[in-house]
Design a protein around this ligand. Structure first.
Ligand code: MN
Length: 726
């Protein structure tokens, strides 16, 4: 175990002005708090935080991070509290220790749902201070190094799998390749020991066959570059078992076919020398087509820069070569930790200024803020962590890195949410293509935008990134709400107009308080959705207003709402054929919707005058024995009013259907007075729409138009809307 003075010396070696006293205090506090607690290995517990701090000195992190590492398990595992740590070490360190503690909860649960929830917290915490993530990764690395001491098979497997799923990719994403590789190999040995053993065996064979070829090739490269005036450090290494295994999986190659297991790093003075060195190697060795990658002009999201190529080396063996400058090498080794150092140092480093190490974390956080379920999030996260990237350009030449599998629509959302929402088409390299087209490296993407926001449910099938998915869901929800607001406003207007009541804002405002709504939009939306009726709103503004019986009934049933004109007008359009009952009140039977053009008949009803039914109504059977009450009726051709009527619709259940329906009805000069949702499932919804139309013919045209719409699978006029019809 590293001693107290050793740890402090290591920090002083790269940060001469470090607060020694603080480090000593943290060291002593940790050893005292953990006391005689033991690790599974039998070592005293405090050796663990000290080792974690040691790992972080390799990354040359600041005093606060090292102190956090020393204290990282005290809140969780000892009687130390946030308040005490804050008092002794200050707010910054206390917050960081707290952040690491929260992340550790992740390891306590194995259910996917709970993990994702905690993983959210993890990311949100790290986005506020990336050093918390670095401490956590070092903690995990030390735990993986000592994993074999844990006796439970199940526990070891779970920790190793979690390392492969979450922590190793996270380390990779923040650019810490060494962390990533070590985490992967330690986990690999636990999750698939046989696989790893086979690869290690094969690697040993290759090493014996080729003798000290590894160094020989490094020497040859270095000499060759020297002859061409390029000063370079060349370092050869064997690839890690896990990265070989992954390659075998991805490319379906067998162990025997495995040849390119050597990798070389060529570190040169500056960027120009990188390209010169590449030229020298390509002129002297046959290079393998398709393997050259220029991460200098287009760095990875995590800021990684290098030239990659594969050549057929001196012994006719494939070797991979990475060419980079000293600083690129530092960033490749230390990743976000290096950026963090440069970001804080006074000397602003021009090479790193263009790299944004935090964008990836920030994207994750944006995605969380846009909602979406935790499971979905974990799925997307795993997906995105494992995917490689493709680089695409905007028409102005801005470079955007996208995960492999992303579509042009994803690209639009990556540029800006508004651009995604208004996307109506794309041009890729000048060609107009569907926006579900998969992106390829180097594509130039121009997004064609429309005036209106148009995301549809269907778009979810055409995107790959969590960011686009979350943004589309958000837009769909907003648009649906807007539709209901419009509809509700229209229904309220209709009713108020029909009742000749003032519907100015000052009157409607009264309803907000009575019905407990925060805004008019919320009220309109509730009416539109049918949660409350327009009649409820009217009564809330004018409690003394006597609504006609039918309207009260309607209010209670969330049924009919508005009727045009004066009371009785509808009946006034119906005239007894012989005129004998002139002056008698004529009413339409409750729940019937006859229209001019339909055959009708009146029944004299005590106290209600003449009640009119369609001639084919089954209800008429009840009056079969009292024919004296029957009055032949006909429609008044002079009357040009609109009539209440009803349509039953089965529509495709998706956002936008509603606006197609309301628009179609408006286009046919009919008014909607009410809309109720009868039945709803994933694919379809059954709706009853009350409309005002001129006559039977007008209604037939409207029904035919609705039937023709792509969102409606069935449309039927309803003549009897009561309970006795099937
Ligand atoms: Mn720990």
């Amino acid at each position: 175990m590293m001693r107290q003075y050793e740890l402090v010396d290591r920090v002083i070696s790269y940060e001469p002005r470090a607060n020694e006293e603080l480090l000593n205090r943290a060291y002593v506090y940790a050893t005292q708090k953990h006391g005689d607690q033991k690790r599974a290995s039998g070592d005293p517990y405090y050796s663990h935080p000290v080792e974690v701090a040691g790992i972080l000195t390799d990354l040359r992190l600041d005093t606060a991070s090292i102190a956090t590492a020393l204290l990282h398990d005290t809140i969780e595992d000892t009687d130390a509290t946030f308040g005490e740590i804050e008092k002794i070490f200050g707010r910054e360190i206390a917050d960081m220790v707290n952040g690491v503690t929260k992340m550790s909860l992740l390891e306590l649960s194995s259910a996917d749902m709970a993990q994702a929830e905690n993983f959210r917290k993890l990311l949100l915490a790290t986005a506020s201070d990336v050093r918390i993530l670095l401490v956590k990764l070092a903690d995990r690395l030390h735990n993986m190094r000592t994993l074999h001491f844990i006796s439970s098979d199940k526990k070891r497997k779970r920790i190793a799998q979690e390392t492969l799923d979450i922590y190793a990719p996270l380390a990779g994403r923040v650019g810490m390749q060494n962390f990533r590789e070590e985490l992967e190999d330690l986990a690999f040995a636990e999750v698939n020991k046989e696989g790893r053993d086979l690869i290690v065996e094969r690697l040993d064979e290759l090493k014996q066959d080729s003798g000290d070829m590894l160094e020989a090739i490094a020497y040859e490269f270095s000499a060759l570059l020297g002859e061409n005036g390029i000063k370079a450090h060349v370092h050869g290494r064997q690839k890690r078992p896990f990265s070989i295994w992954r390659k075998m999986q991805n490319k379906s190659i067998s162990l025997e076919q495995l040849s390119d297991v050597f990798g070389y790093r060529v570190v040169v003075a500056d960027e120009a020398a990188c390209y010169q060195a590449l030229g020298v190697l390509h002129r002297n060795f046959r290079y393998v087509p398709g393997r050259y990658k220029d991460y200098i002009s287009t760095p990875k999201l995590n800021g990684y820069q290098s030239l990659h190529t594969t050549v057929i080396g001196p012994n006719q063996q494939r070797v991979e070569v990475q060419i980079r400058t000293e600083q690129m090498h530092d960033i490749a080794e230390r990743g976000v930790a290096a950026h963090w150092t440069y970001k804080d140092s006074k000397a602003d480093c021009p090479d790193t200024a263009k790299i944004e190490p935090f964008t990836w974390l920030q994207d994750m956080v944006d995605q969380l803020k846009n909602g979406g379920s935790a499971e979905e999030f974990l799925e997307n996260t795993k997906l995105e962590l494992f995917n490689d990237q493709v680089f695409c350009f905007t028409p102005k030449g801005r470079l955007i890195a996208m995960p492999r599998g992303a579509t042009a629509l994803d690209f639009a959302y990556a540029v800006h949410t508004e651009i995604g929402n208004s996307c109506i088409g794309v041009r890729i390299n000048g060609l107009k293509l569907p926006f579900r087209t998969l992106l390829k490296n180097g594509d130039e993407i121009e997004i064609i935008r429309g005036d209106e926001q148009l995301p549809s449910e269907n778009w979810l099938n055409h995107v790959h990134t969590g960011k686009a998915r979350a943004a589309i869901r958000h837009a769909l929800r907003e648009r649906e709400a807007a539709d209901f607001i419009k509809l509700g406003a229209q229904m309220i207007d209709n009713l108020f107009a029909a009742e000749a009541v003032d519907s100015s804002a000052s009157v409607l405002d009264r309803a907000l308080g009575v019905l407990s709504f925060d805004s008019m939009d919320a009220l309109y939306e509730a009416v539109g959705r049918g949660t409350i009726s327009a009649a409820d709103v009217l009564l809330a503004t004018m409690p003394k207003k006597a609504l006609r019986k039918r309207d009260r009934f309607a209010g209670a049933m969330r049924g009919l709402i508005g009727r045009p004109g004066k009371v009785g007008q509808q009946g006034a359009a119906m005239i007894p054929v012989n005129g004998a009952l002139y002056g008698t009140v004529v009413n339409v039977a409750e729940n019937f919707f006859p229209l001019p053009g339909d055959d009708i008949v009146g029944i004299v009803t005590p106290g209600q005058g003449v009640v009119v039914y369609p001639s084919n109504a089954r209800e008429l059977a009840a009056f079969e024995d009292s024919r004296e009450r029957w009055v032949p009726m006909e429609w008044d051709e002079e009357n040009e009013q609109l009539f209440a009527s009803r349509v039953h619709l089965t529509a495709v259940n998706r956002t936008g259907s509603l606006s197609v329906i309301t628009q179609t009805i408006a286009d046919f000069d009919a008014n909607i007075t009410n809309l109720s949702l009868i039945h709803l499932n994933e694919d379809f919804c059954d709706l009853t729409v009350d409309v005002q139309v001129r006559d039977k013919e007008h209604m037939e045209q409207l029904v035919n138009a609705l039937k023709g719409s792509r969102v409606i699978s069935e449309a039927k006029r309803v003549i009897f809307g009561g309970a006795t019809e099937k």
